[in-house]
Ligand binder design. Structure first.
Ligand SMILES: [Zn+2]
Ligand SMILES: [Zn+2]
Length: 252
């Protein structure tokens, strides 16, 4: 199994997961043209996509989903709540709810419910029969049930959205600071690092920090927070950024 990131942050998100002949895209927050460009940089085309899985209805996750799915005939899977929340609805190939599992070609998908200011947000864990990869962004808090869904992974992409101090001092109006920093907002660096510390993270081949805020975070702050919390090698940590995402990573 391998994965790559088209881009990550409030301007657009997209993550590719591939195994055998199966190629899945989680979210498509870029325009169709930009999605095509970013896919090409990663050596694939939209025509190869087996399916798109949507996490929730925020624009940075759904902007290009409708056009992409219609232009290339790609089936879309999402929760009923997410479909209800989308400004421009798409045709759903199937609905997912928390704890559902779906087999798409060579990959299994497990949907995990999260706390976020969306109607029915889901995050996903993928398996190819021997390895498991988890995607976890856009959540403001977590509990024991969420931790158990993300135990025993071989690779994890996790949101480190903001630095609590930068958010507090930053340019956002108070209501937005409260929303971003609240239980239905986004994980800050400390929360994300603590979450990972509660997993058996030593077995991870890849730990990717994602969905970093351009205004309220800095890659080196996020990295340092994880290094301080986990005691891990700073060079082992990876960051998926907004402009160039992350090149293919193999999960051996
Ligand atoms: Zn987002
Ligand atoms: Zn969101």
């Amino acid at each position: 199994m391998r994965f790559a990131v088209l881009g990550s942050g409030s301007q657009g998100n997209g993550t590719l997961i591939a195994s055998g002949n199966t190629l899945l895209l989680v979210d498509c927050g870029f325009s169709l043209r930009e999605t095509e460009r970013r896919l090409a940089l990663l050596g694939v085309s939209a025509a190869q996509l087996s399916a798109v899985l949507v996490t929730h209805e925020h624009a940075d996750h759904v902007h290009g989903v409708g056009l992409l799915s219609r232009r290339y005939n790609v089936p879309v899977y999402l929760s009923r709540g997410t479909l209800r929340g989308m400004r421009k609805p798409v045709e759903a190939a199937g609905f997912l709810a928390a704890n559902d599992t779906l087999q798409l070609g060579d990959l299994s998908v497990t949907a995990v419910g999260v706390t976020h200011d969306a109607l029915e947000p889901l995050q996903y864990v993928f398996g190819d029969g021997s390895r498991r990869f988890g995607v976890l962004t856009d959540l403001g808090s977590y509990d024991a049930a969420l931790l158990s869904s993300y135990q025993g992974l071989d690779a994890l992409l996790i949101e480190a959205n903001h630095c609590r101090d930068l958010l507090g001092r930053g340019p956002y109006p108070m209501f937005l600071k409260q929303r971003v920093g609240g239980d239905y907002g986004h994980l800050n660096n400390h929360q994300a690092a603590r979450l990972v510390s509660e997993l058996d993270w030593q077995n991870l081949q890849h730990l990717v920090l994602a969905h970093l805020s351009s205004k309220n975070n800095q890659p080196q702050l996020a990295r340092q927070c994880f290094v301080d919390t986990l005691g891990c090698d700073p060079d082992w940590l990876q960051v998926a950024n907004q402009d160039s995402g992350l090149d293919w990573r193999e999960i051996a």
